[in-house]
Design a protein around this ligand. Structure first.
Ligand code: PMP
Length: 371
């Protein structure tokens, strides 16, 4: 060994912050997904052809420039009937959550979360000095409104509510959300409307009216642009000004910015996709009922189902049949439960065939293993 290599082997290396050392690793299973993707709640078809057209026209020269976010923010704000200062575009809602938490959470603060819910709230909170306080939903996985209200403390700084929620698919009502905002005036209420288009209900009209309400939206789901990474936060100017200080001016790239206006304009495409998913969801739910698989009512483009002890084998067999689904067993209160994204009716017929085949194999195995 050379002297240099020898020294580096024993050298003290810089250590990250204490909270980062304690963070759990999060590796979503994103490899080998060239089959039917019912695992990440993405759009399962494509984005609007109008977006595709714009993408195809982007010149090499235009890529030499830094992206300018403000003009597109103004377009999105107008689309949402908000003022441009009330809207910040982000690199997906994940960046929005990250930046919001970095802006508001400090030592002694609490992030209040109904669980199970979207994993990244806890991941990003764990990198801050704040404490995460969770309120576990009951077996029906409905929004635990009363207990969440009871868990609000003077230290609550952010309450994050995915509405509809993942992986349950359940939703809080508008009046519940508005009451939470009123009961915690010292906290930011983040309503994450990632699955808004499949639900149809929103509180975004209350942005700027309720002083502590911030709404998140994504272009990863109904719009089919998960690969471009595009999301937004909408909130009162008094809160958004702090968020803008933390947010990188360049985190939304120029391809995403170019694609956003045609995505918003093509309402026919969006209506078609959402309509297709809602019809497919009803058919899929009926198919689950027919084979007596327990399911939770969903307001989003996915359904959580009860598989039980064989959840790992179920997920593996489905994948072998060309249908990826997501085992949520490690989520609080979700042991043995698997989340299945809803695609088109045709795709879901393929999913039902794989499901029936998988269930019969599992039943056979269970009989073989029975004493
Ligand atoms: N919020 C919720 C509730 C989600 O389920 C997801 C994605 N699975 C996100 C946010 C992340 O969205 P984005 O792709 O915009 O980062």
């Amino acid at each position: 060994m050379t002297e240099l290599a020898d020294k580096s082997a024993t050298a003290i290396i810089p250590s990250p912050r204490r909270h980062v050392q304690a963070m759990k690793e999060y590796h979503p299973p994103l490899g080998n997904r060239d089959v039917l993707r019912l695992d990440f709640n993405e759009n399962t078809v494509a984005c609007s052809p109008k977006v595709r057209e714009v993408l195809g026209r982007i010149s090499a020269g235009s890529l030499t420039r830094y992206p300018e976010r403000a003009p597109v923010e103004a377009i999105v704000a107008a689309h949402l009937s908000l003022a441009p200062e009330q809207v910040a575009l982000t690199n997906g809602v994940d960046e929005a959550i990250h930046v919001l938490f970095e802006t508001f959470l400090e030592e002694g603060d609490e992030l209040l979360l109904p669980v199970p819910t979207y994993t990244m709230y806890e991941v990003y909170a764990s990198a801050t000095d704040a404490r995460v306080v969770t309120v576990l939903a009951g077996d029906d996985l409905r929004f635990p409104f009363k207990r969440l209200l009871a868990a609000i403390s003077p230290r609550t700084k952010i309450i994050a509510i995915a509405n509809p929620n993942s992986p349950s698919g359940s939703a809080a009502t508008r009046s519940q959300l508005l009451e939470i905002a009123v009961r915690a005036p010292h906290a930011v209420l983040l309503v994450d409307e990632a699955y808004f288009h499949f639900h149809g209900e929103t509180v975004i009209d209350q942005v700027g009216v309720i002083p502590n309400l911030i709404v998140a939206r994504t272009f990863s789901k109904a719009y089919g642009l998960a690969g471009l990474r595009l999301g937004l936060l909408a909130g009162p100017v008094e809160l958004m000004r702090w968020i803008r200080r933390v947010l990188s001016p360049y985190s939304v790239n120029s391809l995403a910015l170019a694609c956003l206006p045609p995505a918003l304009e093509d309402t026919a495409y969006l209506d078609w996709y959402v309509g297709e998913v809602l019809e497919a969801r009803a058919e899929f739910e009926a198919a689950l009922d027919e084979v007596c698989v327990r399911r939770w009512p969903s307001r989003a483009n996915f359904v959580l189902v009860e598989i039980g002890a064989q959840h790992k084998e179920f997920t593996r067999l489905m994948s072998g049949a060309g249908v990826l689904v997501r085992d949520r067993s490690t989520d609080p209160g979700c042991h043995g439960r698997v989340r299945i994204t809803i695609g088109t009716r045709e795709q879901m017929r393929q999913a039902v065939a794989a499901l029936n085949e998988t269930l019969s194999v599992l039943k056979m195995q269970a009989h073989q293993h029975a004493p």
